[in-house]
Design a protein around this ligand. Structure first.
Ligand code: FDA
Length: 284
């Protein structure tokens, strides 16, 4: 049974690109940049993966045609990573070629830990071929291996979005306690600020936002050297406040019909999100 979209609308901008355009324009008018994500993951059918590549390419062009200030975020399992690695790489490179020709940036989201190693490896190949102005990767602070990945990718000049991590991972490979995740996050955020051109600080957590603001002020790092990123439907006031203060802010705007896994992760993350969903439903 498919849940009606009304459940998801607090966190998902629309089921089609057309329904999403005005929401992106509203954010852009408030000096907030966007990263559009056509939702979906774990595609096992080549036809669907081929259609997804075409849809991402259309999206790159649609952003241009509608004058939106937006990058795109993608998932490698949407490009056929579960089908065949070489096929996925070909699809990724096809998309990146179009993005490069259109001067658009593509962010590779990080999925669950079975995909971490292959995502890092594929990102390194993509970075070498297309450069950090075209492609970036996400790293998750809760993974113990991230210490090594942050260092290596910073040295290679990667464009990194650092987040806490949204998947259920075993204690052998992931930090489980929130204070420890925060400590790791802040260590990586500082490393990226010190060692990369333009790090992306993705969190809604005031403790981390305040710590990054304090660190960049203390080190005299200008506001245009990094950006904060938040998810659509969360902390809009904070985004607007930071943007009004001159910080770069980008909102991750998901859309599409395959919203259930994304929506479920948001509900699992914070019990207050369930309340947000109910409020949005009753507002109609
Ligand atoms: P978290 O949910 O841990 O909350 C911490 C504290 O922040 C709360 O106790 C509260 O004080 C405050 N807070 C949080 N939300 C609030 C709200 N709505 N209102 C008021 N206070 C609030 N994950 C992944 O695995 N792969 C990926 O590629 C990405 N990509 C990504 C992009 C972007 C732009 C973002 C913001 C996040 C991701 N994530 C992700 C998700 C990420 O890993 C993580 O699960 C969520 O951001 C939740 O962690 P936070 O640090 O945001 O706050």
């Amino acid at each position: 049974m498919k849940l009606p979209f009304i459940f998801a609308k607090r966190f998902v901008a629309g089921e089609t690109f057309e329904q999403t355009i005005n929401k992106v324009k509203d954010l852009n008018q408030k000096k907030i940049k966007v990263s559009l994500d056509l939702l979906g993951e774990n595609v096992t059918d080549r036809k669907v993966a081929d259609e997804t590549v075409a849809a991402y390419i259309d999206l790159v062009k649609g952003i241009e045609e509608n004058g939106l200030d937006s990058t795109i975020s993608i998932k490698l399992t949407m490009l056929g990573l579960d089908i065949d690695r070489d096929y996925c790489r070909d699809n990724l490179f096809k998309l990146l070629s179009v993005a490069k020709a259109n001067k658009r940036f593509v962010r590779i989201d990080m999925e669950g830990s079975p995909y971490t190693q292959v995502s890092v490896e594929m990102y390194k190949e993509a970075l070498a071929k297309f450069g950090s102005k075209v492609v970036g990767l996400v790293l998750q602070a809760y993974l113990k291996r991230t210490e090594v990945d942050v260092n290596e990718l910073a040295k290679l000049g990667g464009d990194i979005r650092i987040c806490k991590g949204a998947y259920k991972e075993p204690a052998e490979i992931a930090i489980k306690e929130m204070p420890e995740i925060r400590k790791a996050y802040l260590r990586y955020a500082k490393h990226l600020i010190d060692n990369t051109a333009y790090p992306r600080i993705a969190t809604h957590d005031d403790e981390l936002i305040d710590a990054v603001l304090a660190y960049t002020k203390e080190k005299n790092i200008s506001k245009d050297r990094f950006e904060f990123q938040m998810l659509y439907g969360l902390r809009q006031n904070t985004c607007e406040k930071l943007a009004a203060e001159g910080y770069n802010v980008r909102v991750y705007v998901p859309y599409g019909t395959m919203w259930l896994p994304y929506f479920t992760r948001r509900l699992a993350e914070r019990k207050e999100n369930i309340f947000f969903v109910l409020t949005a439903m009753f507002k109609g």
